[in-house]
Design a binder for this molecule. Structure first.
Ligand code: SF4
Length: 507
């Protein structure tokens, strides 16, 4: 039987969670090609861009399943006078690695790891990543005299001449950190092999904090699927210590939480709602709804933040608004809709701002948003960029009112505490909408259903990856998705008004 091997990804997975390490070896997820301009694809593009820093470099093109051939080809290139080797393959003690860039130096070799982050991060495992590669390379006798992490330079500003990779990327020397960490790798590797050689997956208690940091684990759905439908972890922002205290008492389901268990007010309220199956409505719901109109506007933005800047004058990961939806209800209760979706050729900021000012033409009406920090942040940036529009944009900002705290602080619905809250958050519009407005749900949308996907799709359109019918289809999906966000606010507010009315009548 072939012994399971480690890779640098498995090593990093194993440091985070031994169950992930085991599942990655024994229950591999089916391969899915990264979608254009997804996080993974952007990382790949940045990795390719970094090669521009090493002229004369040669890629080892053999695939991961051609590992032996890749190792041989790497050895050939090292024996020749190749200046740098991209994706060089090595194996030591059953650990297989592909090195992003191996740079030939006068006094040995340089290990270069490329990351799409804007800094070196211990939390994201960057030092461990280079340390395990160093372990393998030293193990096979390669003289590594320098280790660098090549990452995105957040200060880089794109000009009209296209990306200059030597400026867009920073080279951070991690030699000392990698050498220090090296001493731990051997023991960790032994422990990891002990884990992967078990017959069954190790028992690890999945929690939102463990499984979402520093990014969501690929096995999140698998592990969360093992939780009961009334899992204690579905309670809004329950602290990991409280979750652990409940678990220590053998309590996994919310209905089993004892009455005398100390919970913060919001969680205790949710517990009561679930126990009674009844909705809680605050005494002052009518008062807090009053400043939200109608008449009112309902406003939502979509932004992109590409790791590789698209528009001259922008930096990596800079937020660029490209779309808004505005619904309006007038004094007679008539609902109208206005939308803007950039073409994408030019920086959309100016056209976005002008279209928004035109769409919100009654300057004294409330502008309802859901989670105002996002929209206010975008408007603030637009004010700084276009000072001649700052007065009009400032007027919109002054009228912004936030529907999110009204929902969060003035009603509690048993329907909010569900598995769906894992993806969207307890008080997110996506979780709240189908509970308060059963006739509407984001699940009914076709295609784009969340902000990250909207951003990815628009970036693809800008780059011409999606053109013709594909671009038309995606543009319609974007319009539908953003319109749903503002219509959802209209309907949620209506539902809240009905609840407050019922409460007044029954008081
Ligand atoms: S979802 Fe959580 S518990 Fe499951 S493998 Fe991933 S990190 Fe581990």
């Amino acid at each position: 039987m072939t012994r399971t091997y480690l890779t640098k990804s498995r090593y990093i997975d194993g440091l985070r969670c031994e169950k992930k390490l085991w599942l990655g070896c024994h229950q591999r997820l089916s391969y899915e090609k990264a979608l254009p301009f997804s996080v993974l694809d952007t990382g790949h593009r940045i990795g390719c861009g970094a090669r521009a820093l090493f002229p004369g470099g040669v890629e080892v093109t053999e695939k991961p399943f051609e590992h032996r051939a890749a190792v041989s080809r790497t050895a050939e290139l090292m024996a020749e006078n190749t200046a740098a080797i991209f994706e060089g393959a090595f194996e030591f003690q059953n650990i297989r690695i592909r090195v992003d860039i191996l740079e030939r130096l006068e006094n040995g070799w340089g290990l270069r790891e490329v990351k799409s982050s804007a800094s070196a991060s211990e939390e994201k495992g960057h030092v461990d990543d280079v340390a395990v590669q160093l372990y393998v390379l030293k193990g096979v006798g390669i003289d590594i005299t320098s280790v660098e992490l090549i990452h995105v330079n957040a200060e880089y500003c794109l000009d009209d001449n296209g990306i200059v990779w030597s400026e867009m990327l920073c080279r951070r020397n991690l030699t000392a950190e990698a050498m220090d960490r090296l001493a731990q790798v051997g023991n960790i590797v032994l422990q990891m092999f002990e884990v992967v050689e078990r017959d069954e997956a190790p028992t690890v208690y999945a929690t939102k904090s463990l499984c979402n940091n520093p990014y969501r684990c690929d096995y999140f759905d698998h592990c969360m699927g093992e939780k009961p439908d009334d899992w204690t972890g579905f309670l809004y922002r329950i602290h990991p210590n409280r979750l652990a205290a409940l678990r220590a008492q053998g309590i996994e389901s919310i209905p089993d939480i004892p009455e005398d268990f100390n919970l913060p007010e919001k969680q205790a309220l949710a517990l009561n709602c679930l126990a009674s199956g009844e909705l809680w409505v605050s005494d002052d719901l009518a008062d807090v709804l009053s400043p939200l109109g109608p008449p009112a506007y309902y406003m939502d933005f979509e932004t992109m933040a590409p790791g590789i800047p698209v528009y001259p004058g922008t930096r990596p990961y800079e937020k660029v608004p490209f779309q808004f939806s505005v619904h309006a209800i007038d004094v007679d209760g008539v609902l109208t809709h206005n939308a803007y979706l950039a073409e994408g050729v030019l920086h959309p900021g100016r056209a976005f701002a002008e279209a928004l000012i035109a769409a919100i033409d009654h300057k004294n009406l409330p502008v309802v948003v859901y989670n105002k920090s996002f929209e206010l942040g975008v408007l603030n940036t637009l004010c700084e960029m276009f000072t001649d529009l700052a007065e009009d944009l400032g007027g919109i900002m002054n009228n912004v009112v936030d529907l999110l705290p009204v929902v969060r602080d003035h009603i509690c619905h048993p329907g909010f505490v569900t598995r769906r809250s894992l993806d969207a958050g307890t008080y997110s519009i996506k979780n709240v909408l189908p509970v308060l407005v059963p006739s509407m749900s984001y699940a009914d949308l076709n295609g784009v259903t969340e902000g990250a996907e909207a951003s990815r799709v628009f970036t693809g359109i800008v780059h011409g990856v999606y053109a013709g019918h594909a671009a038309d289809d995606y543009r319609q999906q974007l319009l539908d998705y953003c319109a749903q966000d503002t219509l959802a606010m209209v309907e949620i507010q209506k539902a809240l008004r009905a609840l407050s009315h019922d409460r007044t009548m029954s008081a």
